[in-house]
Design a protein around this ligand. Structure first.
Ligand SMILES: [Zn+2]
Length: 268
């Protein structure tokens, strides 16, 4: 079972910016024609210049139509009134299976007390929390620092916390968070391909190796990144750096699926 744990689709074809087909139909076509069995589609509870808000209800409806292909993660802004209840509804009522938090878009750091109730709820529901750690535009970088995820992992030790993009420019800090916290995981979208072929490639791969395959989760960030090319290039790099078939099985699916299987019953 190969899972791409980081993709987006949008109710509007151009919702992920011009030049990207963000439609459900395009994603399904990619899944039909390649090696990826399932995709995690992520809601985004925020409007930024290059991504329009992706509603939980839209994500849930797509997952209901294609349960064999799609796994949905909810997103809420910590400042929304009733954010915790909205998130709980998205999981219990609508069948979403994780929470995406976005310090870079939402301007709320991973160690901000405002997100703790959401992460506690995720832990109670038995679903993982994915936190963006790319270090890019538009929020101040100090709010995005992957090291801040350490505070979150310690404050809610029952939560499973995925560092999306594996820390980006600060990938060694992301590794430190994973070494220091048994409940932290690295998801490699964007960063793995960004560092491939650069002087940092071997350092990035060192960080992944040290984390260990059971703490690694594969993602592409489709449609802004190509689904199949990212998969083939990631697999080639993992082979090149000596990851075993067993390691690859964890990275390309088992790690993520193991986090979903802890979900409390009645949430399918
Ligand atoms: Zn993304």
């Amino acid at each position: 079972m190969i899972v791409d744990a980081h993709t987006h689709i949008h109710a509007e074809k151009n919702g992920m910016g011009p030049g990207h087909d963000a439609s459900l139909a395009a994603l399904l076509t990619h899944l039909e024609t390649g090696s990826i069995d399932k995709a995690v589609i992520l809601a985004e509870a925020v409007d930024v210049p290059y991504i329009k808000r992706i509603e939980n209800e839209f994500v849930a409806a797509c997952c209901r139509e294609h349960p064999e292909r799609l796994i949905g993660f909810a997103s809420v802004h910590p400042d929304e009134s009733g954010a915790v209840a909205r998130f709980e509804d998205a999981v219990r009522r609508d069948g979403l299976r994780g929470l995406k938090l976005h310090p870079r878009f939402q301007g709320v750091a991973a160690n901000d007390p405002r997100i703790v109730p959401l992460v506690e709820k995720a832990a109670e529901l038995g679903v993982p929390v994915m936190v963006d750690t790319l270090l890019w535009k538009p929020a101040p970088l100090r709010l995005q620092a992957p090291i801040l995820v350490d505070d979150l992992c310690k404050r809610v030790p029952e939560a499973k916390v995925i560092l999306a993009h594996a820390g980006g420019f600060h990938f060694m800090d992301a590794l430190a968070v994973v070494v220091a916290n048994d409940n932290a995981y690295l998801e490699t979208s964007v960063s793995l391909m960004y560092f491939k072929g650069t002087p940092f490639e071997s350092q990035f791969m060192f960080a992944l190796k040290q984390a260990g395959a059971r703490r690694l989760i594969y993602g592409s960030d489709y449609p802004q990144k190509p689904m199949h090319e990212t998969f083939e290039n990631s697999r080639a790099l993992f082979r090149q750096y000596g990851f075993t078939d067993e390691d690859m099985a964890w990275f390309f699916g088992k790690t993520l699926l193991s986090l979903l299987s802890t979900m409390s019953s009645g949430c399918e």
